[in-house]
Write a protein that binds this ligand. Structure first.
Ligand code: GDP
Length: 326
């Protein structure tokens, strides 16, 4: 018998409180919650709409929250529903989150067509990203048109966010010199759009130069098969003055449309789903290893191995056998 979760219908109807509760369920580590979350996600699968998932990264102070607020309000102004989620690497250590904070996006958080959610706390970054990916799926089920996934530019989190997103946007500050702000090559390689923010006032001409620098650097990168001509692209914006945002949105849509029409969109999403399936399996196995009884048994066996009573490989095979039977 198929008994639907009480959150199923309200989430599909776009109820933001139900959505928030469903995300809490997904983020919970309680076994009964995990089971309920998995069943809910499975029952919503296939019924959901398709949002444009935009990954957005940038170092602290570059203007991420100012940009999201201005960009989000522009989109809700066009009748779109916008969700903002966060993958915060520091939340894996501290349990808290500096991203997706409503106080940083005051106006957007009051907009009935917007939904803002800080980063889940999890024991490690991979876990944060897995839960965020499920939160994205819930936002799609709730009928959001655009899901922005914010992260801090520190390296590993961008790669994870790119695995959740359809488009990846890198926000940079205007800067002189040709050192390209120490942006790692790996990050440049996953960016679809580089937005040089703060192109206003005294910084305007520096921003224009920075855009040219990055446009040049992007042209030197290997051409990726999932890009039309002209992408990845660099543009100047001012989140503070809301300028350049329409153009940025236009470019994002043009890229998304091209990827949809050429089949890259579906292929990327299919590859991402397969990737996260493998990650879930890996995480599930690691969680099994982390169970108290397994840890106790491992500690005991480690003592035997250390004292030479057992060979490492034979002991490991034994332990894995017991896991298989679990
Ligand atoms: P975040 O840490 O990346 O979220 O950055 P914030 O959005 O909090 O912005 C950091 C600082 O940069 C704040 O003082 C903002 O007012 C300022 N800022 C953000 N966007 C712009 C912009 O487009 N132009 C200018 N001049 N300042 C900006």
């Amino acid at each position: 018998m198929d008994i639907r979760d009480p959150l199923h219908d309200p989430v599909l109807a776009g109820d933001r409180r139900a959505l928030a509760r469903a995300i809490t369920l997904v983020e919970s580590t309680r076994p009964d919650h995990r089971e309920r979350a998995a069943a809910l996600l499975d029952s919503l699968r296939g019924e959901t709409g398709e949002a444009l998932r935009i990954g957005l990264s940038g170092t602290p102070g570059v203007g991420k929250s100012t940009f999201i607020e201005a960009f989000g309000l522009m989109l809700t102004g066009q009748g779109k529903r916008v969700a903002v989620l966060a993958v915060d690497p520091s939340s894996a250590r501290t349990g808290g989150s500096i991203l997706g904070d409503k106080t940083r996006m005051e106006q957007l958080s009051r907009d009935p067509d917007a939904f803002i959610r800080p980063s889940p706390a999890a024991s490690h970054l991979g876990g944060v990203a897995r839960r965020t990916r499920e939160a994205v799926a819930l936002c799609e089920a709730a009928g959001f048109d655009v899901v922005l996934i914010e992260t801090v530019g520190v390296g590993q989190s961008e790669t994870l966010v790119a695995q959740i997103s359809d488009l990846f946007v890198l926000l940079l500050a205007p800067a002189g010199g040709d050192e390209l702000q120490g942006v790692k090559r790996g990050i440049m390689e996953i960016a679809d759009l580089i937005l040089v923010n703060k192109a206003d006032g005294d910084l305007k001409s520096t921003a224009t130069r920075t855009v040219a620098d990055y446009a040049g650097a992007l042209r030197l990168l290997r051409k990726r098969p999932n890009d039309p001509d002209g992408f990845p692209k660099a543009l100047a914006v001012s989140a503070l003055e809301s300028s350049g945002l329409e153009t940025a949105w236009h470019e994002m849509q043009a890229l998304a449309t091209w990827r949809r029409e050429t089949g890259h969109w579906d292929r990327t999403r299919a590859e991402q789903a397969a990737h996260w399936f493998a990650e879930e399996v890996r995480a599930g196995l690691l969680a099994q290893l982390d169970a108290p009884e397994t840890r106790a048994r491992m500690a005991e066996m480690a003592r035997d191995v250390a004292s030479g009573r057992r060979a490492a490989r034979a002991a490991a095979t034994d332990l894995l056998e017991t896991l298989r039977g679990a």
